[in-house]
Write a protein that binds this ligand. Sequence first.
Ligand SMILES: Nc1ncnc2c1ncn2[C@@H]1O[C@H](COP(=O)(O)OP(=O)(O)OP(=O)(O)O)[C@@H](O)[C@H]1O
Length: 280
Amino acid sequence: MNRDHRPSYLEIRNLRVVFDRFVAVDGVDLRVDQGDLRFLIGPNGAGKTTTIDAVTALAPAQGSINHNGHELVGRKTHKIVRYGVGRTFQTASVFEDLTVVQNLDIAAGLRRRMRDMVRSRRGVSPRIQEVLEAIGLTDHQETKAGVLSHGQKQWLEIGMLIVQDATVLLLDEPVAGMSQDERDATGDLLAALAERHVVIVVEHDMEFLRKYAQSVTVMAAGKIVAEGTVAEVQASPLVQEIYLGAAGTKSLEEARVDAQLVGLDPDAVTADSAPEGAKN
Ligand SMILES: Nc1ncnc2c1ncn2[C@@H]1O[C@H](COP(=O)(O)OP(=O)(O)OP(=O)(O)O)[C@@H](O)[C@H]1O
């Protein structure tokens, strides 16, 4: 939620990211509002991670990225964090030698004034207790982050963004390597967070997507090729071509698995069914 209580949004217009002469993101328009749970999908190399890297100034962006009226292009990463944009990485970056609460305290400290930090050392603040509850780590608050399971580390990282008052959460493959129970807990957590945040999830796990996505944006070769509900993007001929095509970096077997997961006939995948969308 915006400080003036209007719903938060992230609006990307004509985003281009060029590495040397290689165009990794090519004219992307993407708007996500608070209350939506948006999944960003596409084959390997489509430009998904580069898009969220551009939002956080970790990749060189051209175009416009607006968050609640603030233009982010041209800002440094720390300034973008202060505007409320938080992201996680495929490998959770938590302080392994510190406890769960200490990790959250440090993250919260990025936002708090010194006198509040001194006061909070006497105990766990109500705000942190609330976040511990939300991320399911209340019983692990004194556990060192290094011994948490992979899933718990991801939740802690998300908790660290929440205590920083992030209004945008950009999550890169949050359920990769998680057990089924952890996936379900993460899906429920993301659904709850989406009510109060702008949430964009980069994900390859199509089963997870079908269960939790409220809307989906599909990228291929640096461009957006479809957007809508899961059913709408699944019905898109271009998406079908991309997911039925075994060309590119996927093996035939991987392409068949992907096709099956988005509800398409895996037998329709052939080695020479090249994805048109990826050729542009
Ligand atoms: N720093 C960089 N320098 C040069 N090329 C890069 C750089 N980062 C990414 N790329 C290239 O940009 C393209 C898009 O990469 P990106 O990681 O965004 O794809 P992705 O859709 O997230 O794929 P995956 O699902 O495999 O993570 C790829 O061809 C990649 O090799």
